[in-house]
Design a protein around this ligand. Sequence first.
Ligand code: GLY
Length: 370
Amino acid sequence: MNRETVTVPLGARSYEVRIGQGLIASTATEISPLLPRPRVTVLTDENVAAVQLETLRAGLGDIKMSHLALPAGEATKSWSALEKTVEWMLDQKIERRDVLVAFGGGVIGDLGGFAAAVLRRGIRYVQIPTSLLAQVDSSVGGKTAINSVAGKNLIGAFHQPALVLADIGVLDTLTKRDFLAGYGEIVKYGLLGDAAFFDWLEENGPALAKGDAALRTYAVRRSVEMKADIVARDETEQGDRALLNLGHTFCHALEAATGYSDRLLHGEGVAIGCALAYEVSARLGFCSQEEPSRVRSHLKSMGMKTDLADIPGDLPDASKLVDLMGQDKKVVDGRLRFIMARAIGDAFVTDDVPGDVLISTLNDALRARI
Ligand code: GLY
């Protein structure tokens, strides 16, 4: 089995991200060293439970498992789901040294991580991400959260997992759309800091999307390595970690504008947001005009949403989209921070993006929809 391990080096809170085919089937071997007694509680969603829970149960062997399956979807990142989760864990007599397994995509990982952060002032948890997006981004780095009516992820904690098991085999169960949405985050890593990885994606992206497990393992590993490196430098996002938000300021505005509905998946918004970030960077003279064209052409060749024209339904005008960006967590002293690029593989953080350039870029992108 092609198996990779990336360590997230955070001193006493260091942990491994293990990546490979069939890891869920050997969960017992993977997590036993973490368990003071042979039992775990598993938080999952109803969709994942229907398709994958029995594989996990079998993989846990003699380790006793109880589970809570919540409705799938963003609405589950709520106060009421958090309450249900922690009360359920207390009901299960979870002790301080026991381990929670978050078995699902980003919603379950974020909610489970936050529940683990607050239960008995913090218990350990293991992430077993079942979406590509969760494998390459949300399961790694310890950001946990639920949503507020004021915005996404506004209530949460930094709480690192004790272990992450990224089973490449589960990616075979994803729809093409969900797979490509996760791939948007993979492209982001090449763009923000590794031009050679972006070259590799241009060459191998199509075969990887078709299902090549070795290519998928490499892409997940390289993404996780890059994330681990950034998180190790800046765990609580005082500086460099913001680079991981390349494309996200645009994405958050577009997600809000589309009502967090399936008109636009998060990873799709990230891909479109990356293309817009490169377009703005070129207009501001940070990078050459070839760079946004190359970004867009890779996304298009993968069959991904690339432009605002690819989002079905109406969108608000450019100034309303810029207002929606103002809700972003990256606002500092009232100024929006953007991730701009000098080239493919070379992103940087700046709060110096003139509003008129944003508006004209978005206006042109909106006009192209007609
Ligand atoms: N998803 C961005 C981060 O973990 O910082």
